[in-house]
Design a protein around this ligand. Structure first.
Ligand SMILES: NC(=O)c1ccc[n+]([C@@H]2O[C@H](COP(=O)([O-])OP(=O)(O)OC[C@H]3O[C@@H](n4cnc5c(N)ncnc54)[C@H](OP(=O)(O)O)[C@@H]3O)[C@@H](O)[C@H]2O)c1
Length: 240
């Protein structure tokens, strides 16, 4: 068995997830990465990187991710629940299909991956950490950016983070979240950048690396748990 730490990353093919994978590889971690597909050739399976394709809103994919990490690297030490989708519309326009997609991609994914990973961490008895990517909009809704059902899922992830931090603190498993503002990723490929810049008081759009750096910090901060770290240029703080 390797003596290096293993991290699981979901939604890893692009955007924030891809930056998280690159950051953890640079820092010497072994990474088991999931995405719907890696067919665009973003990453290559290698000695420190295992790729697992599939919808992480399905329990079977979560189980394959865990099994792959165990067979390739022999432990599960950290989880980054990054996979997620954003559907912005008026509350009354959300369809049953939108609701099901948001719940599966944003919430079921966290539950399936985290349950299996925590079971393994408890067996290992060496602690660990789980970090969710939520959203500043969950606690700071904005007129002009209606996203209630999407933010319902992100708010639930913040609540899960606090509950689980408490539940597993004595066993050394930490739970934190990073709440980004607007990040320059393919999620906003069709967005108007000048308008997006107005969504933070700093007047800038962050890079995926800004979020990855915050994730790395929380993963390695051995006394930090139950924290929702806003990386949003101050959007959660006051008006502008
Ligand atoms: N960008 C922002 O401004 C922003 C702001 C706040 C929060 N966030 C959150 O940050 C996270 C990453 O966002 P991003 O901007 O990097 O998004 P993105 O550019 O759209 O990338 C999303 C990634 O998640 C994967 N993915 C989506 N649904 C999946 C599923 N069901 N199973 C497996 N993989 C799935 C995609 O895989 P494929 O490429 O294979 O489709 C892709 O790798 C999300 O949770 C998002 O809600 C983003």
């Amino acid at each position: 068995m390797s003596n290096r730490r293993t991290v699981l990353v979901t939604g890893a093919s692009r955007g924030i997830g891809a930056a998280v994978v690159e950051t953890f590889l640079e820092h010497g971690y072994q990474v088991a990465a999931n995405s719907l597909t890696f067919s665009r050739g973003e990453f290559t399976d290698g000695p420190n990187l295992a790729l697992v394709e599939g919808d992480i809103g399905l329990q079977d994919t979560a189980e394959r991710l865990i099994a792959t990490a165990m067979s390739r690297f022999g432990s599960i030490d950290h989880v980054i629940n990054n996979a997620g989708i954003f559907v912005a519309k008026s509350f009354t326009d959300y369809s049953v299909h939108d609701l099901a997609r948001l719940m599966a991609a944003n919430l079921n994914s966290f539950v399936f991956v985290t349950q299996s990973a925590v079971r393994q961490m408890l067996l290992q008895s060496t602690g660990g950490s789980v970090t969710a990517i939520t959203a500043a909009l969950a606690s700071n809704p904005m007129v002009g950016v209606p996203a209630s059902i999407a933010m319902m899922t992100k708010g639930a992830l913040n609540a899960l983070t606090l509950s689980l931090a408490n539940e597993y603190a004595a066993r050394g498993i930490r739970f934190n979240a990073v709440a980004p503002g607007v990040v320059d990723t393919p999620m906003h490929a069709a967005g108007d950048k000048d308008n997006l810049k107005k969504l933070t008081p700093m007047g800038v759009i962050s890079e995926a690396k800004d979020i990855a750096d915050a994730v790395l910090y929380l993963t390695e901060a051995r006394f930090v748990t139950g924290e929702v770290l806003h990386v949003d240029g101050g959007a959660h703080n006051g008006r502008w």
